[in-house]
Unconditional design. Structure first.
Length: 219
């Protein structure tokens, strides 16, 4: 989520919004939901995919059904920050209401961890060798700590390589990180164990996992 202050107003671009920069004189796309033109005639163009949102509201006194989502994104620690420590993560994963959730539900739903979505979830769980449907209460302390390490290291690796290869940056350039698990690797052999990588629909999105080395409900 990106927040831009514009005088008395706030402009918010949520995840799911594609933002592109166009230099002066560059040809602009015919379709978009928001176009911001600057004095030098460069432009920022935003288009919305799936659940993304463009919000604009006064700096003070924001109160709307979406405000809980906004507050969570703004106030909870981001994964890449130092505040997202092992102690903080262990508090989240050891909380009583987390125990009956599956790994995907815990990590990537209800804004428990803002910014961690279905797209990066797949490789985090692959690296941690945890099946997306594994219940949190089946994970030992050691596995919970290892999951924290994999959340950090996987997102760091994606960041270092300029994002996933399926996404583009503000200049339209594809990222350099090629995911282990994606629609491109579904049905192929896992490089780690040789079993087939599977795809299923689960909790409002596709999940990918290796049927050999991401074992369900092993503590
Ligand atoms: Zn495998």
């Amino acid at each position: 989520m990106i927040e831009i202050k514009a005088g008395e107003m706030l402009l918010i671009l949520t995840d799911g919004v594609n933002l592109r920069y166009f230099a002066p004189g560059e040809r602009l796309p015919a379709k978009h939901q928001l176009l911001i033109g600057f004095e030098d005639e460069s432009c920022l163009v935003a288009s919305v995919r799936m659940y993304g949102g463009l919000w604009c509201f006064p700096n003070e006194g924001f109160d709307a059904p979406i405000s809980a989502y906004y507050e969570a994104a703004k106030n909870k620690p981001q994964v890449m920050s130092e505040e997202f420590s092992k102690e903080y993560f262990m508090e989240l994963i050891n909380a009583e209401d987390a125990q009956k959730k599956t790994a995907k539900a815990f990590l990537a739903t209800e804004q428990t961890i803002p910014g961690l979505g279905n797209g990066v979830l797949q490789d985090i769980l692959y690296n941690a060798r945890i099946h997306p449907k594994t219940k949190i209460n089946a994970l030992s302390t050691e596995k919970r700590e290892n999951l924290y390490d994999k959340v950090k290291s996987t997102l760091h690796e994606i960041y270092e390589q300029g994002g996933r290869s399926t996404e583009t940056d503000i200049f339209g350039k594809n990222g350099g990180y090629i995911p282990h698990l994606s629609k491109d690797t579904a049905g192929t052999a896992c490089p780690r164990c040789g079993e087939t990588i599977k795809k299923e629909n689960y909790l409002g999105g596709s999940i990918y996992y290796c049927s050999g080395c991401q074992v369900n409900n092993i503590s």
